[in-house]
Write a protein that binds this ligand. Structure first.
Ligand SMILES: O=C[C@H](O)[C@H](O)COP(=O)(O)O
Ligand SMILES: C=C(OP(=O)(O)O)C(=O)O
Length: 357
């Protein structure tokens, strides 16, 4: 690592250091994609695309911790989810939420890549390798992974291991994220804004579907002009906003109308967490049950749901003394516990059997 700042009287006044990162190619060479992981990523993306095209009548569920902070607990969760995925695969496709980058309302821990040791040492170089190892392990189990694409450079390091990307509520309106999405290799779910505005996500889907030219990095770490071809698999994620849910039948009908007006396929994912459950994780089962009722009643636009779930319910603060922390409990948003998650998914599968069209 080096640390030098070429500052002048007008430049880099607030930058203390530049530490060089290993290139994406170097990180990938250290932890290469295996055959089993490649199969999981390719099959996961294909299944998602078939669901988005209406060729596969199942629905997908992006489910897992609000953020990964402990890879041992994360893999414990992944193994449970893999077994559950096999049980419900006739009607539901499960994608594990593997979120490493947290967009904060103000400040706070920004995730496993930014600060993997959770002690403000900010070893992004180590975090990137640890995140890649975790994604490899999840994919080798045969479980596809979904993540939030927040940092526009990270996909060059990790994108080959991701089956589904989200653009978050705080960045759906950002040109940088729309440009990045236009080049991502996966289907991308754009969330409505934190104030509940859905139009920005519809605009994001349109923007990302077109080719763009912008500044980025190549796999050998060179600043480059990136040429993208456009992403045809953008869809809408309703997460509620401004303290109000938006998964009810009227909100979904309005969202469908907005997508159709923009000449987009009305594909909607409902995030059972965030403002849809007033940030009370214990309300997520009610949201999910309501959305499943809409599908059972004939709704075709809801293609998936998202659940924030962990081994243990709720959340906890990060403590310097790790022995005081609860295993398998979120350090960001509160989650439902494993038992609740399994029964939400089993109930949904039970109700969907025989009714999916
Ligand atoms: O899902 C994650 C959080 O809602 C998001 O990162 C914002 O978190 P914060 O409001 O605690 O910063
Ligand atoms: C940050 C998240 O959600 P949102 O962008 O909807 O706030 C998340 O799902 O982790």
């Amino acid at each position: 690592m080096n640390a030098n700042v070429a500052s002048t009287s007008t430049n880099n006044l607030h930058i203390a250091a530049f530490h060089t990162m290993p290139t994406p190619h170097a990180v990938q060479a250290k932890l290469p994609l295996t055959e089993a992981a490649t199969r999981t990523v390719e099959n996961g993306r294909d299944e998602l695309i078939r669901i988005l095209k209406g060729e596969d009548k199942r629905r997908f569920v992006v489910v897992g911790p609000c953020s990964i902070h402990d890879p041992i607990a994360g893999m414990d969760y992944a193994r449970r989810l893999k077994a559950l995925a096999a049980e419900v695969s006739d009607v539901l496709m499960l994608v594990m939420r593997v979120y490493f980058e947290k967009p904060r309302t103000t400040v706070g821990w920004k995730g496993y890549i930014n600060d993997p040791h959770m002690d403000d040492t900010f070893r992004i170089d180590e975090g990137m390798v640890l995140a890649r190892q975790f994604l490899l392990d999840v994919n080798e189990l045969g479980l596809p992974a979904g993540t939030e694409a927040l940092d526009p450079i990270s996909p060059q390091y990790l994108g080959d291991l991701i089956a589904w990307n989200a653009i978050g509520a705080r960045t759906t309106e950002s040109q940088t994220h729309r440009e990045m999405s236009s080049g991502l290799s996966t289907p991308v779910g754009f969330k409505n804004a934190t104030n509940g505005e859905v139009g920005v996500a519809v605009n994001a889907i349109l923007s990302a579907s077109r080719p763009h030219r912008f500044l980025g990095i190549s796999s050998d770490g060179k600043v480059s002009i990136v040429h993208t071809t456009g992403n045809p698999y953008g869809h809408l994620v309703l997460r509620g906003g401004d303290g109000r849910p938006n998964y009810d039948t009227v909100s979904i009908a309005l969202a469908e109308e907005g997508l159709k007006k923009a000449k987009l396929t009305p594909n909607i994912v409902v995030d059972c967490s965030h403002a849809n459950s007033y940030k009370k994780p214990e309300l997520q089962p009610l949201v999910m049950a309501d959305v499943i009722s809409q599908i059972v009643a004939g709704n075709r636009s809801v293609v998936g749901v998202m659940i924030e779930s962990n081994i243990v319910a709720g959340n906890q603060s990060i403590q310097a003394d790790r022995s005081k922390m609860t295993y398998g409990c979120s350090v960001t948003d509160g989650c439902v516990d494993w038992e609740t998650t399994a029964s939400m998914i089993r109930d949904a599968a039970q109700r969907l059997r025989g009714v999916l069209v």
